[in-house]
Write a protein that binds this ligand. Structure first.
Ligand code: PLP
Length: 399
């Protein structure tokens, strides 16, 4: 099925500014329907959730609808969807909750491929509880994290394995579904960072075997907040710190304060937009399966074009041939990455340079402080965006 990128682009008011956005891995642009959903929620009568007034019922409806939408996106249950300010905040919260059950001498596994948001909360919780941290290393040349790099660290003391479903620097996608059964055999829980994967692929948290799966709507065309999906029964077994009057129900007891109703409405609109990226019928999850597959084809075609255009003039990191998201990390010989970033910006191309909080990953790759340039493909990326980036890079290459 063809992907109508022009029709998709027409929904993004921001693109009228004429910039080619390759900064999606940092945060995507937002379609009109998402902005409308946020604004309409703020314009309508809305109160704290309740069952008496129409505005209370509207808030209830917004929350229930968003939980269902997120569950459809991830293959999870609505009662297992936790909303929070960001993935980072939710991961800190959950790491502290899980750490209450740890004993001195227990172990957690983190990886050098991960964004710091799925590293530091575990490392710091481990320090606080006298728990050992074990580091899984990825292959510097291919950018791959072999399954054995994680599973060889498992022991009967492992309590949590924190691993990314896709690297926000290299785009490589570890085989999570092969890690989770081994972790479970060892008695460990698996906390998967799906922030970078979710915008680009069909996600099925159950098939993946993730005990927790975290993502952020602002990376998949939605507003700024975070989501964690977990089995409701697992959440029932956990006791987060909470205010006394706050609900003790699951998932509410994991959600601090009043939820941002307008952002939840925007999240539902973003998921509906993804489901309708290609024409389809049937339940939303079925439509999502179809449109994410078509989107993946479009995005890999854009990535291929980009990599072909950059080959020879840039050093590309990671393994372009393996299963990965459409994210290219590169440096240009003789030009500092910060300069590349600025020169691209002058040409109306947003492709930032840095290490993008994937601190251990950047260190393991031997990247200098300034990092490398990252170009991420998004649903609104078209051939002319890609060609602009390629031309701009060729222009600034010193001869
Ligand atoms: C892979 C990955 N994990 C986690 C995060 C943190 O997400 P949030 O900003 O929702 O805390 C990011 C943000 O860039 C990311 O790319």
């Amino acid at each position: 099925m063809p992907f109508d990128v022009a029709a998709v682009r027409a929904h993004f008011p921001a693109l009228q500014e004429g910039v080619a956005h390759f900064d999606g891995p940092g945060g995507s642009q937002v379609p009109d329907v998402v902005a409308d959903a946020v604004a309409n929620t703020l314009r309508s009568g809305i109160s704290n959730r309740g069952s008496v007034t129409a505005s209370e019922l509207r808030a209830e409806f917004v929350v229930a609808t968003a939980r269902q939408a997120a569950a459809d996106l991830l293959g999870a249950q609505p009662a297992g969807i936790i909303f929070g300010r960001s993935m980072t905040q939710l991961t800190y919260d959950l790491s502290r909750t899980l750490a209450k059950q740890w004993r001195a001498g227990d172990e957690v596994i983190v990886t050098k491929l991960d964004h710091d948001a799925n590293v530091r909360p575990w490392v710091q919780a481990a320090e606080a509880h006298d728990v050992r941290v074990r580091w899984a290393e990825f292959d510097r040349t291919t950018g791959e994290l072999p399954v054995s790099a994680v599973t060889s660290l498992l022991t009967e003391r492992t309590r949590v394995v924190a691993v990314t479903a896709a690297s926000n620097l290299l785009g490589t996608r570890p085989a999570i579904a092969r890690i989770t059964p081994r972790a479970h055999e060892a008695g460990a829980l698996v906390y998967v960072d799906g922030v970078h994967l979710t915008p680009h692929a069909w996600v099925d948290v159950e098939a993946m075997g993730a005990d927790f799966y975290a993502c952020s709507p602002y990376k998949f065309l939605g507003p700024h907040l975070g989501i964690v999906a977990a089995r409701p029964a697992l959440l029932e077994s956990l006791r987060p710190d909470k205010l006394l009057p706050a609900s003790n129900a699951v998932p509410e007891r994991f959600e601090y304060g009043t939820l941002p109703y307008e952002l939840l409405a925007g999240t539902t609109a973003a998921i509906d937009f993804l489901a309708d990226l290609t024409p389809g019928t049937g339940p939303r999850r079925t439509r999502l399966a179809q449109s994410m597959q078509v989107l993946e084809q479009h995005e890999s075609a854009m990535l291929k074009r980009l990599e072909a255009g950059l080959s020879g003039v840039t050093r590309l990191y990671g393994s372009p041939r393996r299963d990965r998201t459409p994210t290219a990390l590169f440096t240009v010989d003789g030009v500092p990455s910060a300069t590349v970033y600025k020169e691209l910006a002058v040409r109306g191309v947003n492709a930032p340079a840095g290490t993008f909080y994937a601190l251990e990953c950047a260190r393991h790759l031997g990247l200098a402080e300034g990092g490398a340039v990252r170009a991420g493909i998004a649903p609104y990326t078209d051939e002319s965006d890609v060609d602009r980036l390629i031309t701009a890079i060729h222009d600034l290459k010193p001869s």
